[in-house]
Structures are given as structure tokens and as C-alpha cells.
Design a protein around this ligand. Structure first.
Ligand code: ZN
Length: 171
């Protein structure tokens, strides 16, 4: 989505939204978000949300999943979905990342613009940065992990060490 930019959002704003969504779902005090199960919950409670598990060759090699904003469809590679179901942190985060794209554009209604002028996009208005930021804040609660080191965050939240370290360094 490099050809698009979104209305600017700071990490602080995205953190507040992530906390709000956690509250609404009753995961306020939950270290480990059941992200795969959330796909099914959202399919039921949200209009215009659905997801598909596709065979690996249906998406480009460098893409683990994708979100089609207009139809509200998340497509996830079979291998990624299976690993996410088995609790693999990196793949759980992939699912969270796609859910983040959906929530920001379809639920929160952030405005998306086509980058007609091909101007340089700042990180805080990049859809990819925003999805990465929101997913990290959603999967790794700022409040619940405030006193934890990256190893403990990775273990308790079910995320990769890299993701845990990133949140640890950006809190
Ligand atoms: Zn993305």
C-alpha cells in the first residue's frame, strides 16, 4: 500500500485505541490475546468482515497474508494460519497485523488517500507503519508488560522475541 497514505496517528493514539479494543473484547487483563479465535469472533460480530485461508501459492512468496479493505476480507496463507494456531509468535502477529488494517480503515474510519503527488510518506501516516504499531500495541499490552523484559514479554504474550524487544524499546 505504498501508493496510499492515511491520516496521521501517533503511537500514543494507536495505543489508546488498542487499549479500547482490548477493553471492548474483555481482554483488559489478558496477557495473551487469542488472535486466531478473534478472526471467528469478528466474522460473527462485525458487518463486512470475513477471512479466508488460502493455499500458499495463491499469494506472492513475500506476502504472508493480505487485507482487501473494500470487501473486508483477510486472506491468510495456510502455512501461516496453521503456525498461528500452534502459537507461533511471528504468525500470530501476522494475523494481528491484518486485523489492524481492517480495524483502522473499516471500524475506526481512518481516512485513506491515494498518494497522487508521489510525495514522501511519513511513518505515522503510512498504513503499514500504523498496522505494525497497532498490532504491536494490541498484542503486547503497554500497561500489563510495563515491568517486563523482552524474554518475559515474548513468552507471556505469545509474540516473537523481535516483536517483544521492539515494544520494550518503544514504550
Ligand atoms: Zn500490512
Amino acid at each position: 500500500m505504498e501508493n496510499y497514505f492515511v491520516e496521521a496517528k501517533s503511537r500514543k493514539e494507536l495505543r489508546m485505541l488498542a487499549t479500547m479494543v482490548r477493553k471492548k473484547l474483555g481482554f483488559e487483563n489478558e496477557l495473551r490475546i487469542p488472535i486466531v479465535e478473534l478472526l471467528d469472533v469478528f466474522s460473527v460480530v462485525l458487518n463486512n468482515f470475513n477471512y479466508e485461508i488460502v493455499s500458499d501459492h495463491e499469494l506472492p512468496a513475500d506476502r504472508h497474508a493480505e487485507t482487501e479493505i473494500m470487501s473486508g476480507t483477510i486472506r491468510i496463507k495456510e502455512s501461516i494460519y496453521e503456525r498461528a494456531c500452534n502459537g507461533e509468535g511471528r504468525d500470530r502477529m501476522t494475523v494481528a497485523h491484518e486485523i489492524a488494517h481492517y480495524l483502522m480503515l473499516r471500524v475506526f474510519g481512518f481516512k485513506l488517500y491515494r498518494n497522487v503527488g508521489k510525495r514522501e510518506i511519513k511513518s505515522f501516516e503510512s498504513p503499514e507503519w500504523q498496522a505494525k504499531c497497532f498490532a504491536g500495541e494490541f498484542m503486547i499490552s503497554h500497561a500489563l508488560t510495563a515491568a517486563m523484559e523482552p524474554e518475559e514479554i515474548a513468552d507471556k504474550c505469545g509474540v516473537s522475541f523481535e516483536a517483544a524487544l521492539y515494544q520494550h524499546d518503544h514504550r
